[in-house]
Design a binder for this molecule. Sequence first.
Ligand code: BTX
Length: 325
Amino acid sequence: SVIREKLLSALSDSPDDFLSGQALADIAGCSRAAVWKHIEELRKEGFVLEAVRKKGYRIIGSPDSVTANKLKIGLKTKTLGQYIHYEETVGSTQKVAHELAANGAPEGTLVIADEQTDGRGRLMREWHSSKGTGVWMSLILKPLLPPQKAPQFTLIAAVAVVQAIQETTGLEPQIKWPNDILINGKKATGILTELQAEPDKISSIIIGIGMNVNQTQEHFPDELQSIATSYGMVAGRSLSRSDIVQKVLERMEALYELYMAKGFTPIKLMWESYAVSIGKRITARTINGSIEGYARGITEEGVLQIEDDTGQLHHIYSADIELSR
Ligand code: BTX
């Protein structure tokens, strides 16, 4: 609710001072009784609000949640994440975002959940999304662009995520084309870009981002034990999911603006600087078979270029890649 948002931002702006019930009522534009009710609701969400007679309220703790209330405190974006649709448990945030987008959700709408029971990767593969441990989110963008440009958004999002991880954790993640973010060689994040489009124009791009933040080894099922990791496992401490989401939204907004103003070239340079496979010998498995060779780079369109042993250059639009040994 708008009132709760106003209360939280007032309390968060002055963490050391008490704000009286009347002051909060004035700020939020409601009665003192309503303030009290909203404070109770916020406590249920996990915020720790101290109340002292004759002094008022102050905030002394907030949960590691990714609710709309929590994410909006201190969020420094103009559009991305200004509308937040949070659900505690959802099948897939992609599905919810598709529905919202089809029903006119504005650009920058964020769908986020504490848990997904049917999280999806590419080709309908499963994305493991355990409760309270990661960030499972889908962002709706509405760029005025032809549909062919959509795959570039996977790469823009990857750069945004890498920069956000660097800023919040000091870790140095790497990107594996097209959509994996690796830390210490293990998958810590996946990105899935989907599209609603007319023949010549994008209606909505839905960028799904799954970030493993605070999982420990036991959270991952057997088949992921050797390939998956979380930021927290590598950093050796538990991390604030909401800080990471805010940073991703901020970086994404900046990169999106840069992209719309200057095109893909500046993003491509950043992307290549984080890419693990460029210059290395790789195998790309596509639906039409495998190609082995040296990854030479990506094109202006975000297409991967591989040079095989005969010197022929292949353009890879979609594949899973593996570093050869
Ligand atoms: P992908 O097809 O590149 O990767 C899927 C593969 O990654 C799986 O087959 C499995 O081997 C592995 N995997 C599954 N879960 C995890 C995990 N938690 N960590 C590491 N590896 C894993 C990647 O697809 C794109 C994933 C996007 C997920 C987001 S979450 C929010 C949004 N909603 C939704 O349903 N999907 C997106």
